[in-house]
Structures are given as C-alpha cells and as structure tokens.
Ligand binder design. Structure first.
Ligand SMILES: Nc1ncnc2c1ncn2[C@@H]1O[C@H](COP(=O)(O)OP(=O)(O)OP(=O)(O)O)[C@@H](O)[C@H]1O
Ligand SMILES: [Mg+2]
Length: 503
C-alpha cells in the first residue's frame, strides 16, 4: 500500500553539541491523515519537525515525499516550502509592527519583490481569513492582537500556501474552545483535499478528536505508533513518560485568615466595571473563565502593565499604588505572563542569566554574589527538571516547554511574595505539570507572607490546584466557588451564562 504514503522519514538522527536529540527516528504520513506527535518536553518533537521544514539539517536519515527522495543535506526552509511543506511553529514568527494583511502577504512579497499591489494584498488576506472562517480586521497591526488571534493568523498564513504537508506545532496552546473548533473544522476540510497534517499537542483530550494515528517520542527515540481509535489516555501517558503517572490527591488549603492582597473597585483601560476581590495569606486563588473573559486584563491591571483608572489596591491591608511593573516587582509581586516568548524571557541570554535577572534586586550588595547566584539557578533548574545542556545554554535553544519552566523558575527563585501566574502550564507535558503544581504549593507553604493568583482556562487544573475559584466572564467576576464543592460543568455554566447576559 505504498501509494497511500505521502511522506516518509527514516533513520533521522540529530545531535546538538554532541548531545543526541533524535536517535534514528522513522516517521510516515498518509494522504489526508492527521498524525499526532506526542512526547514530554524536550523529547525531540519540534526538532524532528524543524528538520522536515528545513530549519535544521539532519545528521543522518532520509526523506521521501510523494515517492520522490529529497536530499536532506541540501535542505532549507525555502526548499521545504517549494516541495509543499508548510509549518506553524511553536513560537510566533509574525512581524509585530506590520498589519494582519501584510503578514499574510509576506510570502508573496519575499518571492516576487517589486512594487506592493495593495489590492492584491487585501484580496489575499480576505481569502486566507475566509478559508478558516475567521474574523480579524486585516488592517490591525499584529502587535495589538491577543495571543489567540496571533495563533489563528499563523495558521491562516500556513494554510494559504497550498501545501501538501502541514505541520502544526501546538496550534491550540492559546486558543479558546471556539477557536479550537474553528481550527478543527479547517483541519477536516484540509484533510478532505488529501493534505497530510502532523499535529503536536500537550492537550491529550483533543488528540482523539483530531488525530488518526499517534506517534510517541521519548528522549529522542520513537516508542510507538498506534491508531488513535481505541488508544487509552492512560496508556498513552505511560508510553510518553515511561511509567505510571502519580495520581493527584486532594490537598488541604494552607490559607490563613488574613488578607495578603486586596483590590477594591479596580478599573483599568481594559476593565470597565469595577472589580473587587481579596487573596488570603498562603492561599492559591484560582481565576478561570473562557478565553477573552478578562483574566489576562485583570492580571495586567494588578501588575501595573495597564493604567488603572479607578479603585484601590492593598498589600497587607496597607494601600499601595502599583502604576508600573517595576513598582510591582519592588513591592514583591511576580508575574508569569501568558505570552511567554514576548514578555517573559531574554531569548539570547543564557538560562542562568534569565533566572538571575529576576534575582538582581534580592542578591543585593556591592559585589554581585556569583556563588549564591549559581546555587539558586542550579536549584531552580533541578527542581523543575529543565532539560538543558547546562545553565549557560541560550534560552532560545530550549524546547518550548522547557522555556516555560525557566520563566517559572525565574519568579520562584526571585522569592517574591505574590505570584500571578497566567496560564502557567500551557505547553507543559502531563508529568511536568504535576511538578509545577507541587512547586506552587511549596512556594506558599514556605512562608506566611505569600500567596498565588493562578489564572487558567483549564478548569480541571483550576479545580485540582486552587483553594478558591473566581469565575470571570465579560470582564467581571461572576462567581466565587469552593473547588471541593463544585464541578467543571458548574464553572462552565457560570462562564457561559454570564456571556449570554452580557450580549
Ligand atoms: N538549536 C539547538 N541547540 C541546542 N539544543 C537544542 C536546539 N534545539 C533543540 N535543542 C534541544 O533538543 C531537545 C529537544 O528539543 P525539542 O524542541 O525538539 O523538544 P520538544 O519535544 O518539542 O519539547 P516541547 O514539548 O517542550 O516543545 C531539547 O533538549 C533542546 O534543548
Ligand atoms: Mg516543541
């Protein structure tokens, strides 16, 4: 049945600085199939896809597309595009100060050169956006778009290239349910045209819905390929991590009956109706709601990213004015933003420098204490199991999930008192997620003057991790719930009901 094979990779091997990352991987893709690629953070998924898209050169191995051998040694992104391989990378490649339409037309510009024909640019944009049935104003500058819209735009760009093979590296990481559905519809339509799709995701629950076959990588080796029909999630997880996943047991709240932080009637440029809530000492407060419900806007208002237009903020019942992120940091706040690449890291600095940047203010003194710095950095790399070749490795070369762990480690080792975490487990594998939950608990357990605001649209995780849940919808808090007494369905009902009321 060779005629149904669209693409075949064999014996793909790759090492970085002598460290093997891919150890002889065989992988194939059928016409009109979605083949899901799974594995822990750092397993080698993105690296394999970067070889296929010409971004990296394989050390050894072969590739055939449509039965034609492709020379992997002379391969590059342009050559990959020419033979019909389109990629949506794990991190954005958009040009922030250009408009949506200009970003969509970029492949046109770079290929043809010459004068810009604006009519064509806009026609192209309309067509590309219509193809995914998605509504964004083509004239908006990309830097003003929320993460989810940037993601949809990346997908629209890849789809507009009329590829034979489409690589989607964690396309739904920051998409809402609705947008995910739009993407899945687009995928079904693409499949029907015989295009093959390689799909990487850490959201195990969506794999069966979207995938035909699943291939699991572990530490650079291929562990198994199986049909997604009938595959059990527990079995998949076991293959991924090489052991059973420890069951989480409900943990008692550590919160004590004193406020660490309180906002009264908070309003900002993005939050019109006043918001009030409090966070107790040693409490992990969950804030959930659908994408677009105002969770990120609330975090940005608290951390001084957005200008406040009303209300008061209290730390330890003392009024404070947080009018800039610098002020927030000086007051002991830390913020893990949702858009990690843009906001969280200095990509060309090392793992060590990124973590110690946040430490600077703590390890004060005339001489910067390098021994203490090294100790703290090593400790946080170890506690989170960050996969690096060493702490001087540049952050840009870490795998997606490991980058996130560094941002997280940066704030944990800064030993701030109030941590605001916006979607902290996006792109983190199932095993590492548990480590992160434990670290958050340890963080509040260590000291009475601490608390965490845990923002997530993953309602299951909010139920598992937090001591109290605020549900947001339409940029308001619509419910306060006890995780021990509530269900996912109930949270969802609140998020949706309020949306209807606001319409
Ligand atoms: N350019 C590079 N230089 C050095 N090491 C690299 C480079 N690119 C990837 N690596 C290393 O290769 C390993 C595999 O990374 P890869 O990005 O393929 O993982 P992944 O499976 O996509 O993980 P994630 O789920 O976190 O995205 C990691 O240990 C990473 O640090
Ligand atoms: Mg990756």
């Amino acid at each position: 049945m060779t005629e149904q094979i669209l693409l075949r990779m064999e014996g793909i091997t790759k090492a970085f600085f002598g460290v093997p990352v891919l150890k002889g991987i065989d992988f194939d893709l059928h016409y009109g199939e979605v083949h899901v690629l799974l594995g822990e953070n750092g397993a080698g998924k993105s690296t394999l896809m970067k070889i296929l898209s010409g971004a990296y050169t394989a050390d050894a191995g072969t590739l055939a597309l449509d039965g034609q051998a492709v020379d992997l040694q002379g391969f590059n992104p342009r050559a990959a595009e020419d033979i019909g391989i389109a990629t949506v990378y794990q991190h954005f490649h958009l040009i922030p100060h250009l408009s949506v339409a200009e970003n969509l037309a970029m492949p046109m510009f770079t290929r043809e050169g010459g004068a810009v024909r604006w009519k064509e640019v806009y026609a192209h944009a309309d067509e590309a956006l219509a193809r995914i049935h998605y509504d964004i104003d083509p004239k908006t500058q990309v830097r003003h778009l929320p993460v989810s819209q940037k993601q949809m735009l990346e997908i629209a760009i890849a789809l507009s290239k009329n590829a034979k093979v489409l690589i989607l590296d964690e396309p739904t990481a920051s998409l809402s349910r609705n947008e995910t559905e739009i993407l899945f519809e687009a995928i079904a339509e693409i499949k029907s045209r015989g295009i093959g799709i390689i799909y990487i995701s850490h959201k195990l629950e969506e794999l069966k819905q979207v995938g035909d076959r699943i291939t699991i990588l572990r530490d650079g080796e291929k562990i198994a390929t199986l049909p997604s029909d009938g595959a059990e999630v527990d079995e998949i997880v076991r293959l991924m991590i090489g052991k059973e996943l420890a069951q989480s047991q409900g943990v008692e709240s550590l919160a004590i009956d004193q406020n660490l932080f309180r906002v009264e009637g908070l309003q900002s440029e993005q939050i019109a109706s006043p918001i009030s809530f409090s966070l107790r000492k040693k409490e992990i407060l969950g804030i959930t709601g659908l994408v677009g419900s105002g969770k990120t806007e609330l975090a940005q208002a608290i951390f001084g990213v957005d200008k406040l237009t009303g209300g008061a903020t209290f730390l330890d019942e003392r009024e404070v004015r947080i009018d800039s992120p610098q002020k927030a940091v000086a007051l002991g706040l830390g913020f893990l933003p949702e858009d990690r690449d843009a906001d969280g890291l200095c990509l060309n600095l090392s793992v060590k420098d990124n973590i110690s940047l946040a430490l600077m203010s703590k390890l004060r003194g005339f001489f910067f204490d390098t021994a203490a710095e090294k100790r703290t950095v090593l400790e946080s790399i170890r506690s989170m199991d960050v996969k690096t070749t060493g702490m001087s490795q540049q952050v840009q070369y870490l795998s997606g999930g490991n980058k996130q762990k560094v941002v997280f480690g940066k704030w944990l080792s800064a030993k701030c008192n109030l941590l605001i975490l916006d979607e902290p487990t996006i792109g983190i594998d199932v095993g590492a997620r548990k480590d992160i939950y434990d670290l958050i608990r340890d963080f509040v357990a260590e000291n009475d003057e601490r608390g965490v605001i845990f923002i997530s649209s993953d309602m299951t995780e909010v139920l598992d991790v937090t001591d109290r849940i605020l549900v947001m919808a339409g940029r308001r808090i619509v419910a306060e719930l006890d995780p021990k007494q509530t269900t996912k369905q109930r949270i969802l009902r609140y998020s949706l009901q309020a949306n209807k009321a606001a319409e």
